[in-house]
Design a protein around this ligand. Structure first.
Ligand code: NVA
Length: 313
């Protein structure tokens, strides 16, 4: 059966732990696959399509695929006109005949699901409006490096909880057995379906999920603080209004002081200093954002390796 990585809960707790372990191994020995036949040796081609802007995702996938002995093929989403010039189904059938894996950053999660249903090869979510699961694997790898075990840690996500990063932290954090608090202004909390899905996972992993609109209460005693832009890609027209709504949710020095003294601060980037995070925080001693950015490569290599493993059926 072809497996895909379309949302964070596509990995069971055991699978997530295994992928993170593999990511740590690949970080320790990044070029091993070039010396032994790696999962993408051949080289096998991985198609990458970006319908939204990208820096980290394109760079880390391209570098990681090369380190696995594979070939990154950039498909220009604008030229291809996916869903406009050709249906998602037909693009999936065509790319599935050329590439061993398809990595796609797009808007609608259901388009990604359609791609997965028709490609015949694994499909990876490189960010949609709803989820950013590759970022979460990098983030969890980063937390592991700085804190050891993930299970039992408390993470506070402060900001736009209704965006892809809020949803992904709920699902991936719960899968890892963490206590996930999401703090957002009214109207910007994750949807009840997402909270419920995460709560079901957390009940099995002994983690928990909670919505806490008060940012001060949310960060109190937390081990990990996370924020993200208040204006996700595609929401640019709302930038002005959002700046006012989110003003109390900025990760500033005072808010960070409410967390544990050794709390780490995370941001998937790009960051807007003075908006969702102060320069003193993102450029300060508790920030681990550059580790996160680097870990995208190691985590994605692990996902690609896991997806390429032979499976029965
Ligand atoms: N929530 C952000 C994440 C950027 C990596 C966005 O979708 O723009």
């Amino acid at each position: 059966m072809t497996r895909h990585f379309l949302r964070d809960d596509d990995l069971s707790p055991a699978e997530q732990a295994r992928v993170l372990e593999l990511a740590a191994d690949l970080k320790a020995a990044p070029y091993d696959a070039l010396h032994h036949p790696g999962p993408l040796a051949g080289p096998r081609t991985v198609a990458m399509i970006f319908d939204k802007p990208t820096l980290r995702t394109q760079a880390s996938f391209a570098a990681g695929i090369a380190e696995l002995g594979g070939h990154p093929m950039l498909v220009d989403g604008t030229l291809a006109g996916i869903g406009v010039r050709e249906s998602v189904e037909d693009v999936a059938r065509v790319l599935g005949r050329q590439a061993s894996v398809i990595v796609w950053r797009t808007f609608a999660q259901d388009h990604l699901e359609t791609m997965a249903a028709h490609a015949g090869v694994p499909v990876v979510n490189a960010l949609t409006d709803d989820f950013h699961p590759c970022q979460l694997l990098a983030d969890l790898l980063t937390v592991r490096e700085h804190k050891g075990e993930l299970a039992g840690l408390t993470v506070a996500f402060v900001g736009d909880g209704a965006c892809n990063m809020g949803n992904s932290w709920l699902l991936a954090g719960a899968t890892a057995g963490m206590h996930v608090r999401v703090s957002s202004p009214e109207g910007y909390a994750p949807g009840p379906d997402m909270v419920e899905a995460a709560a079901v996972i957390a009940a099995k992993t002994r983690g928990s999920v909670a919505l806490e609109p008060d940012p001060v209460a949310a960060v109190t005693g937390a081990d990990v603080l996370v924020t993200d832009t208040w204006v996700s890609m595609g929401k640019e027209a709302e930038a002005g209004a959002r700046g006012e709504v989110f003003a109390a949710y900025r990760l500033g020095v005072e808010l960070v002081a409410g967390a544990k003294p050794d709390a780490i601060v995370m941001h998937c980037l790009p960051a807007y200093r003075g908006k969702e995070i102060d320069a003193a925080v993102i450029d300060g001693p508790q920030s681990v954002v550059w580790d996160e950015a680097e870990n995208r490569r190691h985590a994605q290599k692990a996902v690609l390796t896991w997806l390429m493993e032979p499976r029965d059926e």
